[in-house]
Design a protein around this ligand. Structure first.
Ligand SMILES: [Zn+2]
Ligand SMILES: [Zn+2]
Length: 242
């Protein structure tokens, strides 16, 4: 597991260290309710493929995570259920003008947590010709992860410029797709607040541009699926780019 080499800095950051898990994938969708990036989604019997709340076109499935396939801390966050994140990939002005597709709670994204007991009555949708190729997650590689200098500052730890450089040169926060850990913020720290209780939402899964999914958020943007710590079914997706 890679970590910060400098022992003094590693010790200073130790209270802010978290585990993150990076997906290892193979081509293909796998089980209807299995964990994957892209591919055809699990849907309830008779349920229509989710459509964009802005333009009405079918969305792409970006992320489907089944708690049974996840490391225990993440499985607990899903309360044993199935997380799905759909996103509209249309760049048509008719969709994106006014919809603010980068912002949490945009109508261009749809997220839900399906309870485990509801998974029996459903199956995988039939893929359309333009459906993203499915990448089944076969393993999770655990790594250390650290917040960036700005988020550390918010948590009361000020780094010198040299320490900040060491942290980012060591590759933290981790880029690419990952489960839990710390967000790689392209702009500032931008956690949304839960619309129900106002609590700051937490990172559940990070989606990066053109890693496992053939899609770029703006100019090489990075996006985050976040979740209310009190209302696990309250989910959001937002992204920022360079
Ligand atoms: Zn749309
Ligand atoms: Zn809440």
């Amino acid at each position: 597991m890679s970590d910060i080499k400098n022992p003094a800095l590693r010790e200073k950051l130790a209270p802010h260290r978290r585990s993150a898990w990076t997906p290892e994938v193979v081509d293909g969708d796998g089980a209807p309710d299995g964990s994957r990036l892209g591919g055809a989604p699990w849907l309830r019997t008779g349920e229509a493929w989710p459509a964009c709340g802005s333009c009405g076109r079918p969305m792409q499935l970006f992320v489907q995570l089944n708690a049974r396939d996840l490391p225990p801390p993440a499985a607990a966050r899903l309360e044993g259920g199935l997380l799905q994140f759909f996103y509209c990939t249309s760049d048509d002005d008719a969709c994106t003008v006014d919809a603010e597709p980068w912002a949490p709670f945009s109508p261009t994204a749809f997220l839900r947590l399906v309870a485990r007991d509801d998974l029996g009555g459903g199956t995988a949708a039939v893929a359309a010709p333009d459906t993203f190729p499915g990448k089944r997650i076969v393993n999770w590689a655990e790594s250390a992860d650290y917040p960036n200098w700005e988020e550390l500052g918010d948590r009361g730890l000020t780094l010198s410029d040299e320490e900040s450089d060491t942290l980012s040169e060591a590759g933290f926060p981790l880029g690419g797709e990952k489960l839990l850990g710390w967000p790689l913020w392209v702009q500032g720290v931008e956690y949304p607040s839960c619309p129900d209780c106002g609590e700051r939402m937490e990172l559940l899964f990070q989606v990066d541009s053109e890693q496992n999914l053939p899609y770029m958020f703006g100019d090489a943007g990075v996006g985050h699926v976040t979740q209310c710590p009190r209302h696990r079914g309250r989910l959001a997706f937002g992204w920022a780019c360079y």
